[in-house]
Design a protein around this ligand. Structure first.
Ligand SMILES: C[S@@+](CC[C@H](N)C(=O)[O-])C[C@H]1O[C@@H](n2cnc3c(N)ncnc32)[C@H](O)[C@@H]1O
Length: 263
């Protein structure tokens, strides 16, 4: 579970860093999964609640539950979506009876699970036969520009440590087809795999940079661990690699998504 502890930092900083992409990604994942009105759905690793919020919009709050092991993130989700049940629990041990949901989804969570196979099996257990399991992860090695450019810049500034922390290296389930393999290992049928591409806008480079020194997410934790000179060098290299000038800009991010049916 590389970096799972970095999500105990600020939910507000998370929203400014990765959370900027989450609402768009959530809508795309819900469409891809085929979540429809009337279903009861679980958001596993709900964080501050971007996917849960999109599920509530489609299904209503009484039909949505969230599970999240980080207490501050679970609390942020409850504050944002007061009508839904949010339990503090990891995917590997979900406190719900068998067949409780028609759909179990997780967004950007699989790589942070201690045991992703056990997490996927638990998601299967709490979903009824015929229900859907769907998930997505960033394409850390390829077209997730925010994260890819960060680690490329980090490798310029502190090559050895950055090479060991680069999410393209440490994340087990981030290459083309990996999630489909995991879904088949968990016993799912009719497995589908596809890219989801989303965009985020920034006022300027500082808007992108400001949550990183707080230490949220693996990139933030790396940034926070640097001494002042290296942090400044990282800031400058990152900005150069992104080609960010003084004004607003947009970045594209690709995630890999998987969906499958519970037998
Ligand atoms: C990148 S964030 C994604 C949050 C949210 N799903 C979103 O899309 O914005 C990863 C989340 O996974 C949670 N997490 C870490 N380990 C987990 C586990 N074993 N089971 C479930 N969630 C976990 C983290 O606390 C964090 O909220």
């Amino acid at each position: 579970m590389p970096g799972a502890e970095t999500f105990r930092a600020s939910a507000e900083a998370y929203d400014r860093l990765v959370g900027r992409y989450s609402p768009q990604l959530a809508s795309a994942l819900i469409e891809f999964a085929g979540v429809e009105r009337g279903m009861r759905a679980l958001d596993v690793g709900c964080g501050p609640g971007a996917l849960a919020a999109a599920l509530v919009e489609r299904l209503g709050s009484e039909k949505v539950a969230g599970a999240e092991p980080s207490e501050p993130f679970a609390e942020a989700c409850r504050a944002r979506l007061p009508g839904i049940e949010v339990v503090v629990a990891p995917a590997e041990s979900l406190p719900f009876p068998d067949d409780s949901f028609d759909a179990a989804l997780s967004q950007l969570v699989i790589n942070f699970m201690r045991d992703a196979e056990a997490g996927a099996r638990e998601m299967v257990r709490v979903t009824r036969p015929g229900g859907v399991l769907a998930s997505c992860v960033w394409d850390y090695a390829g077209d997730m520009r925010l994260v890819r450019a960060f680690w490329d810049a980090a490798r310029e500034v502190d090559p050895e440590r950055a090479a060991a922390a680069d999410e393209a290296v440490v994340m087990r389930w981030c290459r083309h087809g990996d999630l489909a393999e995991l879904w088949r290992l968990a016993g799912l049928c009719e497995v589908r795999f596809a890219p989801l591409v989303v965009r985020a806008s920034y006022e300027e480079f500082e808007d992108l940079w400001s949550p990183l020194p707080i230490g949220v997410a693996p990139s933030g934790a790396f940034c926070k661990s640097l001494d002042e000179d290296r942090r400044v060098a990282l800031h400058d290299a990152y900005r150069r690699l992104l080609g960010a000038g003084d004004g607003p800009f947009e970045l594209e991010a690709r995630a890999w998504a998987v969906a499958g049916i519970v037998p």
